[in-house]
Structures are given as structure tokens and as C-alpha cells.
Design a protein around this ligand. Structure first.
Ligand code: UT7
Length: 328
């Protein structure tokens, strides 16, 4: 069995900060409601000149720097995103050109907030089976451009940013022990962008008037409960597959959807909140990018150090969910 490892991490957050108090100025909401219901205080907003690939480029360059590899060393580039620069070509193709990864094949993965785990799973398998040698796995989003700023129950959740890792077969460094991914298409109508695809005329005056191009959350409190269960199942699955228990895990890096979801997950797993790495207060929900951003931050500030057992987990639209266990 090959030993596949993460040899570098990187992330990028746009400089502009939008606080809950800023949102109070144009929406019927309050810092108090947002913080107590979600754990979010502020989020980052991409500059209007930036596209998703611009955010991803910086994150990917930081990951390659940390790994000590050059763009020409990369032969696989997978981008997880639901906010690509364009739907055709794929966001990853733009990113490949910007990074000048001349020897890489690039493609996108769409798995909403679980996208990074899905991309990591595919890259890990492609290296294991010998198709590729060095992969850049990137997740990036500009969520604040696809939310409806008039829908207060949803727009307050999201932010922008990107994260990346370089993975390869290696005898040293963090070892990917497992990845598990799951979907339930029957739950697809709870977190979705109804317009912009072949189901409707992609863009029409009517679709724009109805706001079909915006991200929608239908009965978000129902997906809240599903999220708690799926996060917990994914964590249990990862540790069980490797002969561990949740108590053996040193750091859990979950997708940051809502602080209360993570508290529910911790309760279900009977694990202390101190084990759960949190970025939600300062960045909000950056869909696929929250996991690699939190991972990079935890690596750089020393929360994740050599020999630590690290559990990544995510849940999102699709429905999609998954996990990955890593021995750092
Ligand atoms: O990343 C993918 C996974 N993410 C999810 O699955 C999202 C999961 N869901 C959630 O995080 C939460 O359901 C939300 C944060 C979206 C909403 O929190 P909630 O505790 O479920 O609130 P709610 O929708 O049940 O609304 C409670 C009340 C309502 O008022 P009434 O009907 O009780 O009078 C809403 O109108 O809060 C009101 N409300 C707001 N008030 C102030 C909803 N949004 C806001 C707001 N500011 N922004």
C-alpha cells in the first residue's frame, strides 16, 4: 500500500472584512442574532477585481512554497468550487493557466461544502493507482457574489477565501490514512442554486427577477439536524476504518457551517469542543474552502504538529458529506 501524504498547505483570505455591524446597516438583522444563532462575527469579501481563481492562485502558491515544489512539478490540479470563474471552461483550467502548471491536468469537483474532501479523495486515489505523482488540491469560493443580500436567513452566513494542499507519495510528513465520501441526491432541494443550469433557461429576465441565480437554503433548520448527524457519522466512520476511537483524535477540522452544528456534533461524538478547530467567528462559511483554510491555519500556528491525529469532516449541499483521517 502506497503512503500518500500532505507535504504542504496554504490559504488566502481577502483583506476586506465585513462585520455583522456592517450588515445591520442594510438588512433587518443584528450582530446579536447572527452571533448567537451562528457563531459568526465577520467574514471576508473578495475585491471586485478578484475572481475565484485569483484567491486560489495565492493559496496554491503558498501550499507549493511550503511543500518546496514548483508549478512544473504538479501533474494533477483539482479545484473544488461552486463559484468557478466561469462554468465553461472549468475554474481549474483558469487556475492552471494562472499558476503556469504546464504539466498538470486540471478539472473541477462540485460537491458544495464537502468539495475539498471529495477532491482530496479523488487525488489520493489517482496517486495511489499510479496515474499521477504530485497533486495540488485546491478549494476556493467567492460565496458573497452568489448570495441574495436580501435574504437575511442565508446571506449572513457566507464569506470568501481559498485553501490548498500538495499531496504526493512520500515516506515522511502527514499521512492520509483514509478518505470517505457520501451523497444523498434526494436531499438536493434544500441547499441549491435553482437557476443557471439546463433545468431553466440559464439566464433570462424572469430568472433574474425571481433570483434563481442566487444560492437558496430551503428549511435550513432541517438541514441543520441532518448536518449534525452526517458530520458525526463521517467522523465515526473515519476512526473506525483505521482502528481508532474518537478519543484518539487530537484535532477535528470540520467544515464551518454554524457553531451550533459543531456543538451538536461534539455532543453526539462525546468529545470536548476544545478538540474542534474553529474559524467560523472570523470567516463565516466559505463552503468548500473552510476545511483547507482551517487546516492551513492550524498547521501554521502549531495546533497541528508532528504525530497528531487529525480528522477532517464536511457536510454540504447535494447532499454531500465525508471525512479524512490524517496522521501528521
Ligand atoms: O454549509 C452547509 C451546511 N449548512 C447548513 O446546513 C445550514 C444549516 N442551518 C443553519 O445554520 C441555521 O438553520 C440558520 C443559521 C440558517 C438559521 O438559524 P435557525 O436557528 O434555524 O433560525 P430559523 O431559520 O429557525 O429562524 C428563527 C427566527 C425566525 O423568526 P420567527 O419566525 O421565529 O419570528 C426568522 O425569521 O429568526 C429569524 N431570522 C432572523 N432574524 C434576524 C432568520 N434570519 C435572521 C437574521 N436576523 N439574519
Amino acid at each position: 500500500m502506497k503512503r500518500i501524504g500532505i507535504i504542504g498547505t496554504g490559504s488566502y483570505l481577502p483583506e476586506k472584512v465585513m462585520t455583522n455591524f456592517d450588515i445591520e446597516k442594510f438588512l433587518d438583522t443584528s450582530d446579536e442574532w447572527i452571533f448567537t444563532r451562528t457563531g459568526i462575527k465577520e467574514r471576508r469579501i473578495a475585491d471586485e477585481k478578484q475572481a475565484t481563481s485569483d484567491l486560489c492562485k495565492v493559496a496554491a502558491e503558498r501550499a507549493m512554497d511550503a511543500a518546496g515544489v514548483k508549478p512544473d512539478d504538479i501533474d494533477l490540479l483539482i479545484l473544488a468550487t461552486i463559484t468557478p470563474d466561469t462554468h465553461c471552461p472549468a475554474g481549474s483550467n483558469w487556475l492552471e493557466a494562472k499558476l503556469q502548471c504546464h504539466h498538470a491536468v486540471s478539472f473541477d469537483i462540485t460537491a458544495a461544502c464537502s468539495g475539498f474532501i471529495f477532491a482530496l479523495h479523488v487525488a489520493d486515489r489517482m496517486i495511489r493507482c499510479g496515474t499521477n505523482k504530485k497533486a495540488l488540491v485546491v478549494a476556493g469560493e467567492i460565496m458573497t457574489r452568489v448570495v441574495n443580500w436580501k435574504e437575511r436567513e442565508s446571506c449572513i452566513l457566507w464569506g470568501d477565501g481559498a485553501g490548498a494542499v500538495v499531496i504526493t507519495e512520500t515516506g515522511a510528513g502527514a499521512e492520509i490514512l483514509s478518505t470517505h465520501i457520501h451523497t444523498d441526491g434526494a436531499g438536493g432541494d434544500t441547499l441549491l442554486m435553482p437557476g443557471g443550469g439546463s433545468k431553466t433557461t440559464p439566464i433570462s429576465y424572469a430568472s433574474v427577477d425571481q433570483g434563481l441565480h442566487f444560492l437558496k437554503m430551503i428549511e435550513a433548520n432541517k438541514s441543520f439536524k441532518v448536518a449534525v448527524n452526517r458530520f458525526s457519522e463521517a467522523c465515526e466512520e473515519a476512526v473506525a476504518a483505521n482502528g481508532y476511537a474518537i478519543d484518539d483524535v487530537d484535532v477535528i477540522i470540520p467544515h464551518q457551517a454554524n457553531l451550533r452544528i459543531l456543538q451538536g456534533m461534539a455532543k453526539k461524538l462525546k468529545t470536548p469542543m476544545e478538540k474542534i478547530y474553529m474559524t467560523i467567528e472570523k470567516y463565516g462559511n466559505i463552503s468548500s474552502a473552510t476545511v483547507p483554510i482551517a487546516l492551513d491555519e492550524a498547521v501554521r500556528n502549531g495546533t497541528i504538529a508532528k504525530d497528531r491525529l487529525v480528522l477532517l469532516t464536511a457536510f454540504g449541499g447535494g447532499l454531500t458529506w465525508g471525512s479524512s483521517l490524517i496522521r501528521w
